[in-house]
Design a protein around this ligand. Structure first.
Ligand code: FAD
Length: 373
């Protein structure tokens, strides 16, 4: 039977959309070229974080965080979930002012947070180097193991009758997709949730790959207890060009430490680059000197799909009939996957979602991918 919706890609976004759409009674098929939860999802740090660069980003991330807490409730270990909280580390008084401003924005959205002076900071995280000014603790943030969560979400959809088809979509046709083996799968609607690879199917989309490296250490339980991010991270995350690194450490429930983060434009080569790793490690050791004594087991990379305004594309693609977009989540797609799926499903069935869908509609860009003034 022809599905109501065919989703291209079973990363965290495609899996979450399959879950949400099947929960609304739609017949769903997901097509995946590689493995469920591969792509950027397998590379992501899994930090579930309220980001407040603008009101729309904060609305999407904070709403999605609540959906994550509801999802993992009662079974956190299945997702390797930990509500570790985030500490935004302030190196000096200027950054402490930024922490205070961030606290005001977050508190206005009822997000639980506390500004830390230096004493509080070292009590919570004694591995941080001396001389820091303080920070901001955001208590509701957490982490998951993204590929596992993608598999759980897709399994929920399959339990409701959704199907997973393995194969590579090579072309979009009217009411169907063409696979690499020549077969054609028809569907009422097609959702592009293929991350940066959406560009292979719809090259005009306003997406740009942004490469990132992540490293993981051996097990050192209790080395740090919160996700630690320098306040300068936001500047690095939103840089429009060039390479950048920022201090970003995560305590995995296994006792391992994940070390992020880097951002590079204009490359889709997934090879790990020693120069970039060295820059990340220097930055991390600047903030946590004892890290220099830990063993690193592995490094990997992934490609984030970045849009010009940093917000995802969620909704109908106005230049192709019955094609919908769920992509462009850049470095926040694990966090915002569940809210994305809710927004997409609500639009498809004409229902109300928990937040306003308009800031994320693809129609904010014209057919050449330029933003309307
Ligand atoms: C280094 C790094 C660290 C990150 N850390 C975080 C973090 O801590 N927190 C956070 O919220 N976000 C983080 N992100 C961002 C997050 O990982 C992404 O936004 C998210 O995974 C995007 O998911 P997706 O499903 O859209 O794309 P992907 O995960 O790339 O999934 C796309 C899927 O589509 C499949 N596919 C592609 N083309 C085709 C085709 N033609 N036919 C069939 N299947 C196809 C792929 O195989 C893949 O499985 C990070 C990203 C990177 C790279």
């Amino acid at each position: 039977m022809t599905p109501d919706v065919l989703i291209v890609g079973a990363g965290i976004i495609g899996a979450a959309c399959a879950d949400a759409l099947s929960a609304r009674g739609l017949r769903v098929t997901v097509v995946e070229r590689d493995a469920v939860g591969s792509g950027a999802t397998a590379a992501g740090m899994g930090h579930l974080v309220a980001m407040d660069d603008n009101a729309a980003e904060l609305a999407l991330s904070s709403h999605s965080l609540q959906l994550w807490r509801d999802l993992v409730d009662g079974q956190p270990q299945r997702h390797e979930y930990s509500r570790c909280g985030t500490i935004w580390v302030a190196a000096d008084d200027e950054e402490l002012d930024a922490a205070n401003a961030k606290a005001a924005v977050m508190s206005a959205r009822a997000l639980e947070c506390a500004v830390l002076d230096a004493q509080d900071l070292y009590r919570l995280e004694p591995q941080l180097r001396p001389g820091l000014a303080g920070g901001l603790l955001v208590r509701g943030d957490g982490l998951v193991y993204p590929p596992k969560s993608a598999r759980i979400l897709l399994a929920r959809a399959v339990a409701r009758g959704a199907t997973l088809a393995m194969g590579e979509v090579v072309a979009l046709e009217e009411g169907a997709v063409r696979l690499a083996d020549g077969s054609r799968l028809a569907a009422g609607r097609i959702v592009l949730a293929a991350g940066t690879r959406c560009l292979g199917l719809a090259p005009e989309l306003p997406l740009r790959p942004k490469k990132g490296h992540v490293m993981i250490t051996d097990r050192y339980p209790g080395f740090i207890r919160h996700q630690l991010v320098e306040l300068g991270y936001v500047k690095s995350a939103h840089a429009a060009d060039g390479d950048s690194v920022a201090f970003n450490l995560q305590p995995r429930p296994t006792g391992q430490v994940l070390i992020g983060s880097s951002r590079q434009f204009d490359t889709t080569d997934l090879a790990a680059e020693p120069g970039m790793m060295a820059r990340m490690l220097r930055r991390a050791v600047e903030y946590t000197p004892a890290l220099a004594g830990l063993n690193i087991l592995r490094c990997w990379t992934g490609l984030r799909a970045a849009t010009p305004d940093g917000l995802p594309l969620i909704g109908p693609d106005l230049s192709r009939r019955n094609v919908w977009l769920a992509t462009g989540h850049e470095g926040l797609g694990i966090t915002t996957s569940l809210a994305t799926a809710e927004l997409l499903a609500a639009q498809m069935v004409g229902a109300q979602a928990g937040i306003d869908a308009r800031p994320y509609l693809p129609s904010r860009f014209d057919a050449q991918g330029r933003a309307y003034a």
